[in-house]
Design a protein around this ligand. Structure first.
Ligand SMILES: *Cc1c(COP(=O)(O)O)cnc(C)c1O
Length: 385
């Protein structure tokens, strides 16, 4: 048996936290169909690993992915329930839908016609979800386009009707003013009614991402599609604030992911020494530095240079100088007894300190979604209880 080697940078995924977040979401929706977003490598957590946990959680009905390639990874990881593909599938790759039993979100006439012809030829019924344009102006079809789509659906025995009708909110997590969300919701309802008149009434309707799931019961319809909250993160401060103002509790979600590394060199610098590229940091007194083998390649944003800190022995060690491609240097002058290969926490808890993805996002002028989604896929993921 191969000896278990010491990892120098790794991600830990808490199975318990993931399952708890899902129960919290199920509690909010009273058991509506649960479609969990695992796009972007499961928000950077690791698609294979997250799928392997979710397949044992019977509270999850659907996985939603962006691409056909992600859907295949889910199937290979043993997911046998429904998969909805949110993003585009190339016209010459339509077979993937039949090969892996996928439910595409549709928004293009040419794509839908080809899908219908193919499905008729194979004699296989396809579940599609029609994306409705209600004001986000990303994917989605307008009310004017509905009759043409209805004709395509009705013209193919294997399609008949879309299984689902969906939309996505443009302005629900970035504000505490939800007028625009209300406007989109009324557009959605009007378009779904028009679908009924055109004899393509959908079986299920779904609109709610995490923020809508948390804040607005009336957006739940038949299915919800949360992403970020499943991983234990609030979509934004505004969502958190709106929820608390409605009297909600703050222990709904627990971060699933921690990112850890190890001290791989310790050095002692004299006063007036420069640290790293561009000589952006200069010591003013005798300084102990630790070198950690993670950098922007690994998803540690370069904007964290001279901004962030990591946790070592439960204490804050500030990043000195610029973040390199594969390395950072941190100041351990005031942390006693740091030794080679001691653990450094980049995201997560260490004794009484906790360093969140939200905190890194603030330093890097970004959002928690981006900090997580950009964690390098090559970093080993360990599932912990
Ligand atoms: C990503 C995505 C979601 C999930 O959004 P979160 O804010 O992460 O909950 C839901 N629906 C669609 C269409 C998406 O693209």
């Amino acid at each position: 048996m191969a000896a278990k080697r010491t990892l120098l940078s790794w991600i830990e995924l808490s199975r318990a936290a993931l399952n708890r977040n899902i129960s919290s979401l199920s509690g909010l929706t009273n058991g509506k169909i649960m479609a969990v977003s695992v796009k972007a490598n499961a928000y950077g957590h690791g698609l294979k690993e997250i799928t392997s946990i979710l397949k044992d959680n019977t509270g999850v009905d659907y996985l939603t992915v962006h691409s056909a390639e992600e859907a295949i990874v889910c199937r290979e990881a043993g997911w046998t329930r429904n998969i909805m593909v949110l993003g585009p599938i190339a016209l010459d790759n339509i077979d993937v839908i039949f090969d892996h039993d996928l439910e595409p979100v549709v928004f293009d006439k040419k794509f839908l016609s080809r899908l219908g012809r193919k499905a008729d030829r194979l004699g296989k019924v396809v579940r599609t979800h029609l994306k409705l344009e209600t004001g986000t102006h990303r994917q989605g079809i307008t009310a004017d386009e509905l009759p043409a789509f209805a004709e395509i659906f009705r013209g193919h025995a294997s399609l008949k009707k879309p299984y689902g009708a969906s939309m996505h909110f443009a302005n629900i997590e970035d504000t505490t003013n939800h007028e625009y969300a209300e406007y989109q919701l009324s557009n959605f309802k009007r378009m779904v009614a028009a679908m009924g008149v055109l004899k393509i009434k959908p079986r299920i309707r779904h609109t709610a991402s995490s923020a809508a799931t948390i804040l607005f019961r009336k957006t739940h319809f038949d299915m919800v599609r949360p992403g970020i909250a499943v991983y234990g993160h609030w979509p934004s401060k505004e969502t958190y604030l709106s929820y608390r103002l409605k009297g909600g509790q703050n222990d709904l979600f627990h971060p699933v992911l921690s990112w850890k590394s190890r001290v791989t060199q310790i050095k002692h610098l004299a006063p007036d020494s420069f640290v790293g590229y561009g000589c952006t940091y200069r010591t003013t007194s005798p300084t102990h530095l630790a070198v950690l083998p993670v950098g922007y390649f690994d998803g540690y944003d370069r904007l964290l240079s001279n901004q962030a800190y990591v946790l070592i022995k439960g204490k804050r060690a500030p990043v000195r100088g610029r973040v390199c491609m594969n390395l950072i240097m941190v100041d351990i002058t005031d942390i006693r007894g740091v030794r080679l290969e001691d653990v450094a926490v980049l995201i997560g808890a260490d004794q009484k300190e906790r360093l969140s993805a939200e905190q890194l996002a603030e330093w890097a002028n970004s959002i928690n979604y981006e900090i997580l989604a950009r964690l390098a896929p090559g970093t080993p993921r360990l599932i912990v209880p």
